[in-house]
Design a protein around this ligand. Structure first.
Ligand code: SF4
Ligand code: SF4
Length: 356
């Protein structure tokens, strides 16, 4: 099974939209080993995602987990894979050599041209040039690493320049997501700026595709892929069934945004998963009432319980912001998909149609 290990609640940055309550609570080696045992306990495949706060503050725990899981994998024959989300400030060559050796998937939180608008050190100093340097180092070891851009409304007008910049730095895989939560405020004007910027990103991706260059930018490219495959993106949300977070003290919850809410407690690494609770919580995830009659309901991530809860307080209630954003993405992705298909159907099939 797949677990997200919150190795620490601490972080060495102070992003303006951060949703975490930072404190110096770290995972103990005992909890770490129990979590690894749990990941291997269901057979199939064991997966760990190293997460925080900032997980590289506890590199020692990551090395320990990798050693422990590599041994367990050799003993049991159960395949093991790992990934990490990091702010990048503490990446170094030694760690990246190990990451390459174990084929670690790495997501680097990097806001491109908007980095210094929201992502600064606690003393207010800039992180932009440091992260550019670390990103280049990361890509020299893990060329398919993902740049994860969180869009602050204050940086909405920089989105297309940011995507181009991240491509110039060397990323082929980029994800963009609007910042949500109480610390940000998206106005109607910001949303219109965002629409213009997403259209510019789509134009850029089309022009690059015409030059024979495929760049993955989620959610535009992922929406096209899901549409071609007839996949419902709402099914991404499994409320903990696929990727369960583990807190530093070993508690299990359905998703990172539900952490420390007793209403969503699903067991712990010492006593195991409470399957009755899992079934009960999974049953709560329904198509939101406002979406039942919408034509886009099979293309929309309206059932992302985590985003809904953050925005509206309820896992089954979509915010007007999320609804507007989803409509925007679907419309622009459809326009882009049609242009790519009409340009070269064979090339389109190569990137967007999965072999049976
Ligand atoms: S790097 Fe992540 S955990 Fe740290 S302050 Fe920024 S958003 Fe929060
Ligand atoms: S577009 Fe809006 S109303 Fe339609 S399914 Fe998505 S969130 Fe619901």
């Amino acid at each position: 099974m797949n677990l997200t290990l919150h190795l620490t609640d601490n972080c060495n940055m102070d992003c303006s939209y951060c949703l975490r309550d930072k404190c110096s609570r770290d995972m103990t080696p005992e909890v770490l080993r129990k979590a690894c045992d749990l990941a291997f306990s269901k057979g199939g495949r064991a997966g760990l995602c190293f997460f925080g706060g900032e997980p590289l503050l506890r590199k020692d725990l990551i090395y320990e987990a990798l050693d422990y899981c590599e041994k367990k994998s050799a003993e049991t024959g159960i395949p093991f894979n790992c990934k990490m989300t990091t702010n990048g400030t503490l990446l170094d060559e030694e760690f990246l050599k190990k990451a390459k050796e174990v084929k670690m998937g790495i997501g680097l939180s990097f806001d491109g041209k908007g980095q210094d608008i929201s992502r600064r050190f606690p003393d207010g100093s800039s992180t932009a040039s440091l992260i550019e340097e670390k990103a280049k180092m990361l890509l020299s070891y893990r060329p398919h690493a993902l740049a994860m851009l969180t869009l602050d409304p204050k940086a909405a007008g920089l989105l297309s320049e940011s995507v181009k910049y991240l491509v110039d730095v060397g990323f082929q895989n980029i994800s963009t997501v609007p910042a949500y939560g109480k610390k940000v405020n998206w106005t109607d004007e910001d949303m219109e700026v965002l629409r213009g910027e997403l259209n510019k990103v789509a134009d850029f991706l089309r022009d690059e595709f015409m030059k024979g260059r495929y760049i993955y930018v989620a959610p535009l490219i992922s929406k096209i892929k899901e549409c071609v495959a007839g996949k419902n993106p709402a099914e991404h949300c499994h409320l903990g069934v696929r990727q369960m977070p583990v807190t530093p003290d070993g508690k299990l919850f359905p998703c990172t945004s539900f952490i420390n809410d007793d209403d969503y407690y699903m067991g712990n690494v010492f006593d195991g998963i409470d399957n009755e609770r899992v079934a009960e919580i999974a049953k709560r995830s329904n198509t939101p009432e406002t979406c039942v009659d919408c034509d886009l309901k099979t293309r929309c991530t309206n059932s992302c319980g985590c985003a809904n809860r953050m925005n509206t307080g309820s896992e089954n209630k979509v915010s007007p912001l999320q609804c507007t954003y989803e409509r925007m993405i679907i419309e622009i992705a459809d326009r882009l998909g049609e242009e790519l298909f009409n340009y070269d159907q064979k090339l389109f099939a190569k990137y967007f149609v999965k072999e049976p």
